[in-house]
Design a protein around this ligand. Structure first.
Ligand SMILES: *Cc1c(COP(=O)(O)O)cnc(C)c1O
Length: 498
């Protein structure tokens, strides 16, 4: 196996191993770790249809995480992708309404974050062991709703770790909130901030970049790491399901080996779609990558104009996990289209942090030809949920509906007839109110859990265990803080006096 090392998109700090990159999360210069090259697909396409999820995962992940032994990696994979998922397929592909929905919501918290966050804790603990780390790992996470719960579920009671989650108090769905504040585990801490997701993410990033704070923590036997989608330990497991989906589509006779497909991904922090891009770069036959946004359409504007501009109103939508104006993982794409020029990347990111805006060169823009941005507004999103339900009897959540609507627009605008894989990122049970309102307004006065029962009746899909569990669970986390007090909250939880 050829060793694969990781380097920062901003150029400082030299190269690190995969396990070191996983432990650090973010590079010390504030950049993101990227692999020094993208490995080739380790399978023949014909083989893919015969592989289980776990076999596919091992094949892909061993190419990226070259300092893990086979035993270590297989152990992580077997612990992660077990009966926490409610289907043996782990990520099934469903055909509905002329598209192929890749259901990424069969894990513990019924959203796609489970795909990576069920394995990240094992990758992290293994990485700590490999690097002889004695400190306790403190996972610091900002969430727009789904990451938080998935990370809490993944790390709860994992020895040698603590996890702290900041979420926007008024920016997540009632079910998302209930999922987080009922989280068990001695090592978990959940804080609602008076601000939006970008505030939470900026606060967390600031703590990661604070050397003095790091020293103070080290003195107490702690070190930070990140479970956010900037961690390559999140990104790499996400490449797996695109490769697996392609195999499943072959197996079910939806495509033939080698047939090029398009992929539409409902996008927030740009992690999921970047994983699809990595799968394409590895050699998976993917044509276009369609980046679907909600009304926070900063990425749509970027792909159209080459200008990234976060200076705009932040809009709360029915797809809260995509209510994001700074898509962190985009930096990895910027670095690539800048010809892996860290200086260029760093200066664009400096402009972003200082002015909220940057513009890429014509040459860089030309390198974005594989991508296309589009968006769906709130009305279109609701209509798409209703339409897909009426036409196919298939219920999708608002995030998936954004993608589904965008996919239809793309087809109409371009006439591109290639088969479309749509990343279906959350169970409709996580967003019952928006979903039921879209399907039939008459249920508007019912409470959320009642809506879940109605949804089950009309869709024929049983209420997932993840929802049943939180119906009656006691609230265990009530902490809140101002955006400027996040560091104090962390210190308090860790028992460090400010
Ligand atoms: C996180 C999330 C997204 C956005 O994914 P990114 O990788 O951040 O682009 C979309 N839908 C759902 C349901 C999510 O939880």
């Amino acid at each position: 196996m050829r060793e694969l090392l990781y380097e920062s998109t901003r150029g400082a700090g030299g190269k690190v191993t995969a396990s070191q990159a996983i432990l650090k999360g973010l590079a010390e210069d504030g950049g993101l770790f990227v692999p020094e090259r993208i490995p080739e697909l380790p399978f023949q396409l014909e083989e893919l249809s015969g592989l289980s999820y776990q076999e596919t995962a091992y094949g892909i992940m061993k190419e990226f995480l070259t300092d893990f032994t086979e035993e270590e990696l297989r152990d992580c994979i077997d612990r992660a992708y077990d009966d926490k998922f409610d289907t043996k397929e782990i990520a099934p592909v469903k055909e509905a309404d002329g598209s192929y929905y890749l259901e990424l919501f069969h894990g513990a918290t019924i959203a796609f974050k489970d795909m990576a966050l069920s394995i990240l804790p094992y990758l992290m603990v293994t990485s700590a062991r490999k690097n002889r780390i004695k400190n306790e790992i403190v996972i610091l996470t900002a969430t727009s709703g789904d990451t938080g719960k998935a990370a809490l579920a993944g790390f709860a009671d994992v020895p040698g770790t603590k996890i702290i989650v900041f979420y926007p108090r008024d920016g997540v769905s009632p079910i998302q909130k209930k999922q987080m504040v009922t989280q068990k585990g001695e090592n978990t801490f959940v804080v609602g901030i008076h601000g939006n997701f970008d505030d939470a993410q900026s606060g967390v990033k600031a703590m990661f970049g604070d050397r003095k704070l790091a020293e103070e923590l080290a003195g107490r036997g702690y070190q930070f790491s990140s479970a956010n989608s900037i961690n390559i330990g999140r990104l790499v497991p996400q490449v797996v399901y695109y490769v697996y989906a392609y195999g499943q589509m072959m197996k079910k006779g939806m495509i033939s080996a080698g047939e090029e497909i398009n992929v539409t991904v409902p996008t927030g922090n740009f992690g999921n779609i970047l994983a699809a891009y990595y799968a394409k770069l590895m050699g998976l036959p993917i044509g276009k990558l369609i980046c679907a946004s909600n009304e926070n359409k900063v990425l749509y504007d970027f792909f159209r104009t080459g200008v990234y501009d976060r200076n705009r109103e932040f809009i709360l939508t029915s797809s809260p996990s995509m209510d994001i104006l700074i898509s962190s993982n985009l930096e990895r794409l910027i670095y690539r289209i800048a010809g892996e020029n860290a200086g260029k990347d760093a200066s664009l990111m400096k402009a972003l942090s200082e002015t909220g805006r940057y513009e890429i060169s014509g040459e860089m823009k030309a390198a974005l030809a594989d991508f296309r941005g589009s968006y769906a507004d709130e009305k279109e999103t609701a209509e798409e949920i209703r339409r897909v339900y009426r036409q196919a009897g298939y219920v999708i959540d608002p995030h998936t509906a954004v993608a589904s609507c965008v996919c239809r627009k793309y087809r109409e605008e371009t006439g591109d007839g290639r088969k479309m894989l749509i990343a279906s990122t959350a169970s409709p049970y996580k967003f019952t109110r928006s979903v039921m309102d879209a399907i039939d307004g008459q249920y508007h006065d019912r409470e959320d859990f009642e809506l879940a029962d109605i949804l089950s009746e009309i869709s024929g899909v049983p209420v997932p265990a993840a929802i049943e569990e939180i119906r009656t669970a006691p609230v265990l986390h009530t902490a809140t803080c101002e955006t400027g007090q996040m560091e104090e909250a962390v210190k308090q939880f860790l028992g460090i006096r400010a």
